[in-house]
Design a binder for this molecule. Structure first.
Ligand SMILES: O=C(O)CCC(=O)C(=O)O
Length: 255
């Protein structure tokens, strides 16, 4: 298996994204893809995440990261076949290919900002700036609630992936508002692919309901994964995955 074969097997063809969409991703550093999930899929995913959150209790999210004021889950690859869409959808994979070329899944997690919580400093998901075009990581946020200006929709600084600086280089406090920031608002079922070198962060949820989303995060093939997919791989997961899906996860077997 190689990258080209895996992508072809998963339905990624040259015209899955338009030139305009690719240009938008290059220029702005993010691309909203509407209607990736149906309302039924969104409610099925939310139901499963609620079950997992209740079952895992204080341990939820620990495989990768816990964050005050949020409900996080990690290793979703192994927690239900429903989550497969997050690393197999042809439009999302086409966007990853456009930004990264040869890539693999780094992690698949969820993050719900609780009422009154969820504000993060602006950050990039990489330790240092890179030359424009030499991108190492790319993320996607899967909206499982409508994202509104009030409920903690992610903020981004458009074009900042090409700036060659990190937020802390330019801002006294990356927790502050940035004059050029915008919020990623949209309907549940939308996926926003965003270059992880783009400055971004969660905002405070000022409603009385959680703001739920998943992050399907990808990296160049030589980089370590945020969650070691091989180490966490369950036998039942391995058995149900196709060779192309295993390639995207960079797993070879369950030992
Ligand atoms: O969930 C969000 O709105 C963004 C989360 C994020 O950027 C992070 O956790 O690093």
């Amino acid at each position: 298996m190689d990258m080209a074969t895996a992508l072809r097997d998963l339905g990624v063809t040259d015209n899955v994204l338009t030139q305009r969409e690719k240009d938008q991703l290059d220029r702005d550093g993010f691309l909203p893809l509407e209607g990736i999930l149906t309302p039924e899929e969104v409610s099925g995913l939310n139901k499963r995440m609620a079950e997992l959150t209740a079952a895992e209790g204080d341990r939820a999210g620990l495989e990768v990261h816990q964050e005050n004021g949020t409900d996080r889950l990690a290793d979703l690859v192994n927690k239900d076949p429903k989550f497969e869409v997050c690393f197999c959808h042809p439009r999302v994979l086409a966007a990853m290919k456009h930004v990264l070329g040869e890539f693999k899944l780094s992690s698949l997690n969820s993050r719900a900002a609780r009422p009154g919580q969820g504000h993060q400093g602006l950050h990039a998901d990489f330790g240092h700036p890179v030359e424009p075009g030499a991108y190492e990581v790319c993320n996607s946020i899967w909206l499982l609630d409508d994202f509104t200006p009030e409920n903690g929709a992610t903020r981004v600084v458009p074009g900042s992936h090409r700036r060659g600086t990190m937020p802390g280089d330019e801002m006294a406090n990356p927790g502050d508002e940035h004059p050029d920031q915008i919020q990623l608002t949209g309907r549940a079922g939308t996926v926003v692919v965003f270059n992880s070198h783009l400055w971004h962060g969660g905002t405070q949820n000022r409603t009385d309901k959680p703001r739920r989303a998943m992050h399907s995060y990808f990296a160049l093939r030589h980089l370590p994964q945020q969650l070691d997919q091989q180490a966490y791989l369950r036998v039942e997961t391995y058995k149900r995955l196709s060779p192309a899906q295993r390639f995207i996860l960079d797993v070879t077997g369950t030992g």
